[in-house]
Write a protein that binds this ligand. Structure first.
Ligand code: FPP
Ligand code: MG
Length: 359
């Protein structure tokens, strides 16, 4: 840590981490699933682990506030941080160019802080009880705290962007946040006609998820000194990777369980959210009952299980998986703009991880 503190020029003096109020809950991080081992091995192979730990340390330091309440709630969120895929993308993108950790660390931290802000607010809007195996901020504290902590993370992200050496990084993230908010308020309103449903689904998915993957890649590439063509190519990789990531997320909502996901499964059907497996299932069967279930509002557990079985039998899961694979092929194709290197290989592996992941 000491070495890192002296490396980061322009960062404010870090707050001692041992002064942070620790959460009463044990810190499971990704303990709700053993499957993420795959991505951590990938990070290890890419010699990314140490740098990601530095990012993690920075996030914990930034989570400390003069308000004990904000420190507790933001530390609670950072400690349940997930896989840090977006930070890893920023670091790997920088490694395609000229890698210097102090030049890219703020871009890597910023994207995780934006992600934290959006998830705390998303859980508040969805009134979700659990995220990554932990109780959500609004459930553990209250709605006001969740609103403020999301804003706090967003302010922290802005500060990290301001510390980034290349001003384009602020533009990429500002654009992504604007797009995320627009996407979040653009529901998929109909299952049929299929073309309309797909158009709405792809717009929303691109906006709420893929745009931040794209921004992380562009920010990392800019921090690594990439030119405009390289930044654009890697942004397209990130966008397609993010599309596949969200499609797999939507598939897992049908095929997985709460113990593996760290959040309830079947939630999309319960909340009337139309996602790709359902759109394809209805397109293939023309089964109006599936659409009616979504429209009726509050289906029972029995109805949800029956709908999951019907969507699976109709080939909705397989069709969505094929679509995710198509996005991954396109993502990998964008990497052809870069010569072979360990970072290039890690980005290809990351694409395969996104498809194979179970949580
Ligand atoms: C998760 O989607 C939610 C998002 C990817 C974005 C949420 C964005 C906002 C609430 C807008 C505020 C944004 C910022 C940057 C402060 P999901 O609900 O489909 O997934 P889940 O099942 O994991 O909740
Ligand atoms: Mg949600």
């Amino acid at each position: 840590m000491a070495a890192y503190q002296t490396q980061i020029s322009g960062a404010d003096a870090p707050v001692a981490v041992d002064t942070l109020t620790s959460s009463a809950e044990p810190c499971p991080s990704t303990a709700h699933t053993g499957q993420t081992a795959g991505v951590f091995e990938l990070f290890e192979r890419a010699q990314l682990t140490t740098d990601l730990e530095v990012v993690e340390q920075l996030l914990l330091e930034r989570a400390a506030s003069r308000s004990e309440l904000i420190t507790s709630a933001s530390t609670h969120t950072v400690r349940s941080g997930g896989k840090r895929l977006r930070a890893a993308l920023a670091l790997l993108a920088a490694r395609l160019g000229t890698y210097h950790l102090p030049s890219v660390i703020h871009a890597a931290a910023a994207v995780e802080l934006i992600q934290a802000a959006s998830l705390v607010h998303d859980d508040l809007v969805d009134q979700a009880a659990r995220r990554r195996g932990r109780v959500t901020v609004h459930a553990r504290w209250d709605n006001d705290v969740a609103l403020m902590v999301g804003d706090f993370f967003f302010a922290l992200a802005s500060r990290e962007m301001a510390l980034s050496p290349d001003p384009r990084i602020i533009t990429y993230y500002a654009q992504a946040v604007q797009t995320i908010v627009e996407g979040e308020l653009s529901p998929v309103t109909m299952i049929e006609p299929t073309e309309t449903a797909l158009g709405q689904y792809y717009y929303k998915t691109g906006a709420k998820t893929a745009s931040l993957f794209e921004a992380a890649c562009k920010a990392g590439m800019a921090a690594g000194g990439g030119d405009e063509a390289q930044i654009a190519a890697l942004g397209r990789y990130g966008f397609d990777l993010g599309m596949a990531f969200q499609i797999i997320d939507d598939i897992l909502d049908f095929t997985s369980d709460e113990a593996t996901l760290g959040k309830p499964a079947g939630n999309d059907l319960r909340q009337g959210t139309i996602t790709l497996p359902l759109i394809y299932a209805v397109a293939r069967t023309g089964n109006p009952r599936l659409g009616a279930l979504i429209e009726q509002g509050t289906p029972t557990d029995l109805q949800v299980h029956a709908a999951i079985a019907e969507v699976t039998a109709a080939g909705g899961i397989d069709a969505a998986l094929a679509e995710a694979r198509r996005f991954i092929s396109e993502a990998v194709a964008h990497l052809a703009a870069f010569p072979p290197s360990p970072a290039h290989r890690a980005l290809v592996e990351m694409a395969h991880f996104v498809i194979d992941r179970e949580a």
